[in-house]
Design a binder for this molecule. Sequence first.
Ligand SMILES: [Zn+2]
Length: 99
Amino acid sequence: MDSTTAERLVANEYRFREVNERLEADVREIADPEERIAFVCECSATSCRETVSLNLDEYGALRAVEGHFAIVTGHEILEIERVVQRADRYIVVEKLLGA
Ligand SMILES: [Zn+2]
């Protein structure tokens, strides 16, 4: 994988994260912290339409670390990220590159 491809894949993940940040801001007003919300998978595939279910506490912990993304198990690309957490509903990956 060349660096241009890797950078594009990482940029995709940041785009999905922006979608989730808007969603989180909307639901925070109405949802219980324990309630699971269907966030979009933050993997690098623009064609991915899968969701990861996190409650607001889990989502807050995820966003507390710059460079961490929640994705569906199996959607990780080990050339651009490493798995830092495996939950039963999703995994958390850390980017090896900046965006
Ligand atoms: Zn995905």
